[in-house]
Ligand binder design. Structure first.
Ligand SMILES: [Mg+2]
Length: 361
């Protein structure tokens, strides 16, 4: 049963995570902070000890500081630490930049946080490792921030992978190396193993993936309930959760209704040109291309014709080519004399324009 599951999962999933995001942004903007323990939180001295740590840099982490820790505790661990109040407006703007980069790879994005997302790249031609490298390069080029990426065939393994090689690393987990990877993974790294579960695991002599995998399913369920069941499957790298993405708009384009009907070829041509420019601009802005060009024509009697031209490869975003295609359809379906009340152009069968096309824009 398990062998079957392992070899038939042909999905490709990335988990991308910016390293210590808020802290890295602040160090980028003030490099003098790099050598010091940096804690992104209001200074507990100013808040009467209240508040929690949002992020800490790796220098502070070495001292035991971690996110979600009380700021007062962080101060105790890092007495010389520098506290910076989080600037969410700034992080949000950078987050948008990063998500725009994700969208160039695939529309199938599940955002997890400002700086973290799952990408389903099952449709991509390139390997996951290649896309991970391109993504990391592009994120660094645009934001000067390093990220870590996990590449695998499901979300669980992609996430474990990005955490494994942090900061600034890539981990590729294949069906072949998956069990070797999981077996060596400390039990604390598995999903859902909090402080209490961890203590209990150690008491049962379960301290990594290998010892977890050796425990029968019934035992895990008896000891940990539903979490035990999850852990049983985690130890085997099995996870069926889909990347939950919001399906994008199905088409991009526009139609135009004319108060004064069009009677002449020159006027029709000029309107197709305007519509094509508008559509191309909108597609470029969203970093999309499409395989199907849709043309809509309505005359003064409300007779409406729609035509779709679907190509094997996405349409080149050339105004001339698109206007010519629209004009050809128009000449086929409309005979003079005519009175046109509406024209429309739109692109559907959309896909991300991807890294290849980037230089064309
Ligand atoms: Mg992060």
């Amino acid at each position: 049963m398990i062998e079957f599951l392992l070899t038939t999962d042909t999905r490709k999933v990335l988990h991308v995570d910016i390293d210590a995001f808020y802290a890295q942004v602040e160090m980028r903007d003030n490099p003098a902070l790099r050598q010091q323990p940096l804690i992104i939180s209001r200074d507990p001295a100013e808040t009467g000890g209240r508040g929690v740590v949002t992020t800490a840099n790796y220098v502070a982490r070495q001292l035991g500081v971690h996110s979600a820790m009380r700021s007062a505790e962080a101060r105790r661990l890092a007495p010389n630490g520098i506290f910076i109040t989080p600037n969410f407006e700034k992080y949000k703007a950078i987050s948008k930049q990063i998500h725009d980069i994700f969208r160039r790879v695939t529309p199938k994005i599940e955002p997890v946080a400002f700086d973290e997302a799952y990408l389903d790249i099952s449709d991509a031609q390139q390997t996951g490792a290649m896309l991970a490298a391109q993504l990391r390069h592009e994120i660094y080029r645009q934001t000067r921030l390093t990220s870590s990426v996990g590449v695998s065939h499901n979300k669980l393994l992609a996430k474990l992978g990005s955490e494994f090689n942090k900061p600034n690393g890539v981990t590729v987990i294949t069906p072949e190396n998956m069990l070797a990877f999981l077996d060596k993974l400390p039990i604390r790294a598995f999903r859902g193993v909090g402080e209490k579960t961890y203590e209990k695991m150690l008491a049962l002599d379960i301290h990594d993936g290998a010892t977890l995998r050796a425990v029968p399913r019934e035992t895990l369920v008896a000891q940990f309930g539903k979490m035990g069941e999850h852990l049983y499957w985690q130890a085997r790298g099995v996870h069926f959760g889909e990347v939950k993405w919001q399906r994008q708009q199905q088409s991009v384009g526009k139609e135009e209704t004319f108060a004064v009907f069009l009677h002449h070829d020159a006027a029709v041509h000029a309107e197709f040109k305007k519509l094509a420019i508008g559509m191309i601009t909108a597609l470029k802005k969203r970093q999309l291309v499409g395989r199907t060009l849709n043309i809509k024509i309505r005359d003064d009697t409300f007779h409406t014709t729609t035509r779709a031209i679907t190509q094997a490869a996405p349409w080149e975003l050339s105004e001339e080519r698109i206007v010519n295609a629209a004009q050809t359809i128009f000449d086929e379906v409309v005979t003079a004399p005519y009175a046109i009340r509406l024209l429309g152009l739109s692109m559907s069968n959309l896909q991300s324009s991807g890294f290849e096309e980037m230089t064309l824009f």
